[in-house]
Design a protein around this ligand. Structure first.
Ligand code: ZN
Length: 151
């Protein structure tokens, strides 16, 4: 067993206990479902996009603490962003949790709250827990009503 204590920072614990934006958006313009078979995490992401701006972002799902906290913090982060900004943030987040040490420190410091997930890179089995919501967000933006999987 590996020690996950580094992952369970206060911010992640808080968002797992009290997930933000955990609800269905009725008549959401965009939605997608994601599944991480490695851990069993399942998520549905709902977006309301007006013009080019993400006006509302929400999710439903069941999963581990990492996946729930990641979805909660993602919906907070992208609300009010343009689609292009949210897509760029997805790329930065993915780079942060998969990159080498130097890159992680640089990116983690500039990612605000999302930097809490920088430590996930040391636990390869949990990287997909952290990125599931983001992959699903991208699918929702792309208009893929099909499911995505991290495998
Ligand atoms: Zn998980």
């Amino acid at each position: 067993m590996f020690d996950l204590s580094d992952l369970y920072q206060e911010l992640i614990l808080d968002h797992n206990r009290s997930p933000r934006n955990r609800r269905r958006i009725e008549h959401a313009g965009c939605r997608a479902e994601g599944y991480n078979p490695l851990c069993g995490d399942r998520i549905t992401v709902y977006l309301s996009i007006g013009g080019d701006v993400i006006e509302e972002a929400a999710f439903e799902g069941t999963g581990c603490a990492i996946s729930t906290a990641a979805a909660s913090m993602m919906t907070e982060a992208v609300k009010g962003m343009s689609v292009a900004e949210a897509t760029a943030l997805f790329e930065r987040f993915r780079a942060m949790v998969t990159a080498d040490e130097d890159r992680v420190e640089a990116d983690g410091a500039s990612m605000g709250k999302l930097g809490a997930f920088a430590g996930v890179r040391r636990f390869p089995a949990r990287v997909k827990c952290a990125t599931l919501a983001w992959h699903t967000l991208r699918a929702a933006i792309a208009g893929d009503h099909a499911s995505v999987t991290t495998e």
